[in-house]
Design a protein around this ligand. Structure first.
Ligand SMILES: *Cc1c(COP(=O)(O)O)cnc(C)c1O
Length: 454
């Protein structure tokens, strides 16, 4: 084809693509309600046409570095062929089936393989659809654990959580989360939860202020001594939504020991921290005491499909092993253990446990630590925190640190203008990249952070 003709077609093609994108975006504005997004005054969303590795490609021809793993879910890069093939294969074999009275290989092998890598006291896998549902399951499982043994008059009615906690957006999950402007409309409908003041530390290995630690332990001890606490739920060591805030491993060990002593069920929410984010496969591996239940989602499928899991110990199951039908755990979702999602999770686990992925996580962690050192001396930096592949930089601003901090709007756009996707939490910028991100791209993200002018 003559060059001018090729150019003509290319131009036309690009024009068609462009007008197609414009039409789609107009329809989006009309028909789609996006999460966490005001209906007026928000920028037009970017139309993603495809994604590969660490990059998102948009209809306006941009290649954007996905430095937050698409809301903390993506582990191995986008459209990974190993996961794609596993899902495609599964789709032609068994796409879905009712999970009561029926079972299937992808769910069985995923459960078996997960139990091999989870803390050894975890013995059973309960499937659901997402992070919030895995939390709902854990709370209901804990409440019924007491009900099954002590009946409706059980004193174990209290749930304890940590200040700053985020466990999801459904009602139970909201109840155990920090009360914030975001859930204010629902506040009257949330059940009462006791929140412990948690002293944050620059990293999980340093000790917290002794007075604050005592206050936290004291508050917890007083609560559990009432014998009224059913469960204690926490994000182990690293509170994501709170702003990638870390607290001391020693403190959590002590809290868990106190809980254990008073028979309080401990629920570890590893929805964000699981699958290698903190430098171990699960954050609980840093602890001396294993939890009674764990919640998993996000990275579970490598970020390809929604899936949630709640795991529990033999002790929990014991309370449900009964011929009394009413002691059954009556909970389930239509898409429980969806075979496509389980196939994706199995494929993701292959990748996660492979030496390349282990090496990548160590590489990113080392680069984060070096960058943390490099940036910590800057005057605009209040604190830098690094754990595993998570790096958070908290900036000095006039106002207090919070999600609604206006710095966030400026920062989000600042990074996007450089083709980097970061979604600051208030004045806290964090990186949580897919493990395959290149050193060059990491460096690009670091430099963008370094050159911020607030
Ligand atoms: C994201 C998240 C949840 C909620 O998961 P969804 O899948 O968004 O419902 C719960 N807990 C933690 C720690 C999370 O990061």
């Amino acid at each position: 084809m003559p060059v001018y003709l090729a150019a003509y077609f290319l131009e036309n093609y690009l024009f068609m693509e462009k007008s197609n994108a414009a039409a789609l975006l107009a329809q989006d504005a009309q028909a789609v309600w996006h999460p966490f997004t005001p209906l007026v005054g928000s920028a037009q969303p970017l139309l993603v046409t495809h994604a590969q590795g660490a990059y998102l490609y948009t209809s306006d021809g941009r290649q954007i570095i996905d430095a937050i793993g698409s809301w903390w879910v993506n582990l191995h890069g986008h459209s990974h062929p190993h996961i794609a093939q596993a899902v495609a294969r599964q789709a032609t074999q068994l796409e879905h089936v009712i999970f009561a009275g029926f079972t299937h290989e992808p769910a069985i092998s995923l459960a078996t393989r997960l139990l091999e890598v989870l803390p050894t006291n975890q013995k059973k896998i309960f499937y659901s659809d997402n992070g919030s549902t895995s939390i709902e399951v854990s709370l209901k499982m804990a409440m019924q654990y007491w009900y099954n043994q002590e009946g409706e008059n059980t004193r174990r009615r209290k749930v304890v959580a940590l200040e700053g906690a985020y466990h999801g957006d459904t009602f139970g999950a909201m109840s155990v989360g920090e009360r914030s402007p975001f859930n204010a409309p629902f506040a009257p409908f949330l059940f009462d939860v006791h929140f412990l003041p948690v002293p944050y530390t620059p990293d999980v290995f340093s000790a917290a202020d002794a007075t604050d630690t005592q206050a936290c332990l004291q508050a917890f001890t007083e609560l559990v001594q009432t014998q009224e606490v059913a469960a204690f739920i926490f994000e182990p060591l690293l509170q994501g939504t709170a702003g990638m805030k870390m607290f001391s491993r020693d403190l959590l060990n002590e809290l868990l020991a106190i809980a254990k002593k008073h028979d309080v069920l401990c629920i570890a929410d590893e929805i964000m921290t699981g699958f290698g984010r903190t430098g171990k496969l699960f954050a609980c591996e840093y602890l001396d005491v294993a939890p009674d239940m764990m919640c998993l989602s996000k990275g579970l499928t490598g970020g390809a499909l929604p899936l949630g899991i709640t795991t529990c110990t033999e002790k929990i199951m014991e309370a449900y092993r009964s011929y009394d039908l009413l002691k059954t755990f009556f909970h389930g979702h239509s898409f429980t253990a969806n075979p496509l999602a389980c196939a994706a999770a199995n494929a993701s686990l292959d990748l996660l446990l492979a030496p390349e992925s282990v090496a990548n996580r160590a590489r990113i962690a080392a680069k984060h630590r070096a960058f943390a050192e490099r940036i910590s001396t800057k005057s605009f930096v209040r604190q830098v925190r690094a754990l595993g592949v998570v790096l958070a930089v908290e900036f000095e601003t006039q106002t207090q640190t919070s999600y609604v901090n206006e710095a966030r709007h400026y920062l989000y756009q600042y990074f996007l203008d450089q083709d980097i996707l970061l979604r600051p939490l208030g004045n806290i910028v964090y990186i949580l990249p897919p493990y395959i991100i290149s050193d060059e791209d990491l460096e690009k993200v670091y430099q963008a952070i370094e050159q911020i002018k607030l």
